[in-house]
Design a binder for this molecule. Structure first.
Ligand SMILES: [Zn+2]
Length: 280
C-alpha cells in the first residue's frame, strides 16, 4: 500500500475508535411495549432504553435476531416480563442484570399476561424501580421520583377499572386468553376463543361449545384484537349472531398507534371504555 493512502486510513480508524469510547451511556434492553414504557417511566433520560420486539410483531412467538442477542450481551440490564413469555431471555449469555418484572406478581400458573391488570402493572413498575436502583445507585433518587409520578397515573387507571366490580353482567369473551389477571383482579369472568398462546387454534367442537356458552351468558359481542389475526373470533361472532368490539393486549403497538402517541395507559383506557359496553 502506498504511504500517502495509509495516513487518511489511519486517521479514520482513530476517529472511529474515539467515537465508540465517547458513546458509552449505559443501555437497558427491554423486550416489548409495556416493559419498555414501565422502564422508560422509571429511568427517564438517565439511562438509554431500547426495545427488542418491533411494532406490529407478536410477542408470543418472537425470536430475537443475532444482532439483538449481541445488544443484550453488551447491555447493563434486560427488563422482561416473564420466563413464560420471552422464553429466550434466560438463555442469553450476558453479564447484564436480568429483571423479570412478573416475579413481583401473584402469578396464575403458565399465564404471562400480568401487565394487562393495572394492579399488577403497579407491582411491576415498583419492582423495576427497586432492581434498577440497585443496579444504578447513583440515580436512586431520580428513579424514585420518576416512578412516583408514573404510579400516580397507574393508580388512577386502577381506580377506573375498580368500577367494573359493581357491574351485574361480568362475563366477556375475548380472542385470546390474555385477560385472566384483569378478570381475577376486577371480579370479572373471561371466556377465550384461543388459549394463552394465540397460535393454538380451537377445534370445531370447542367453537360449538363457545357458541353455547355465549348464548347461555347472553353475550352479543366478541372482543377481538386490533393488532392480531382475528379470523377465528370473527367466525365465532358471525355464527353466534354477535358483533365484534376491539380490545388491546398491549403486546405491541401498530405504527399508527405509535404515531398517534398511544401508550399503555391510553390503550388501557380504551380497553375500559370497550369493556363497559358489555360489562354493566
Ligand atoms: Zn398474549
Amino acid at each position: 500500500m502506498k504511504k500517502w493512502l495509509l495516513i487518511p486510513i489511519l486517521s479514520v480508524l482513530v476517529l472511529l475508535t474515539g467515537c465508540q469510547k465517547t458513546a458509552s451511556k449505559p443501555q437497558i434492553m427491554t423486550t416489548f411495549e409495556p416493559m419498555y414504557e414501565f422502564t422508560k417511566a422509571v429511568v427517564g433520560d438517565k439511562v438509554d432504553v431500547a426495545m427488542i420486539i418491533p411494532a406490529n410483531q407478536e410477542v408470543h412467538d418472537y425470536e430475537p435476531s443475532a444482532k439483538q442477542v449481541a445488544q443484550m450481551t453488551d447491555a447493563s440490564a434486560i427488563v422482561y416480563n416473564s420466563n413464560d413469555l420471552e422464553k429466550w431471555v434466560p438463555s442469553v449469555k450476558t453479564s447484564a442484570t436480568k429483571i423479570e418484572a412478573a416475579s413481583a406478581v401473584d402469578q396464575i400458573a403458565g399465564d404471562p399476561h400480568t401487565w394487562i391488570s393495572p394492579k399488577q402493572a403497579i407491582k411491576e413498575v415498583k419492582y423495576i424501580q427497586e432492581e434498577l436502583s440497585k443496579k444504578f445507585p447513583e440515580y436512586k433518587t431520580d428513579f424514585a421520583k420518576n416512578a412516583e409520578a408514573y404510579l400516580i397515573k397507574l393508580e388512577a387507571l386502577d381506580a377506573q377499572f375498580d368500577t367494573l366490580k359493581n357491574a351485574k353482567q361480568k362475563t366477556f369473551i375475548t380472542q385470546h386468553e390474555a385477560f385472566s389477571y384483569l378478570a381475577r383482579d376486577y371480579d370479572l369472568k373471561e371466556i377465550a376463543v384461543t388459549g394463552i398462546d394465540p397460535d393454538v387454534e380451537p377445534s370445531a367442537s370447542a367453537l360449538a361449545n363457545l357458541k353455547k356458552e355465549m348464548e347461555k351468558a347472553g353475550l352479543k359481542s366478541v372482543y377481538v384484537e386490533e393488532n392480531a389475526n382475528s379470523k377465528i373470533a370473527d367466525t365465532l361472532a358471525k355464527s353466534a349472531g354477535a358483533d365484534t368490539l376491539l380490545i388491546n393486549t398491549v403486546e405491541s403497538l401498530s405504527d399508527a398507534q405509535r404515531k398517534a402517541g398511544d401508550n399503555y395507559i391510553s390503550l388501557m383506557q380504551e380497553n375500559l371504555k370497550s369493556l363497559q359496553k358489555t360489562i354493566k
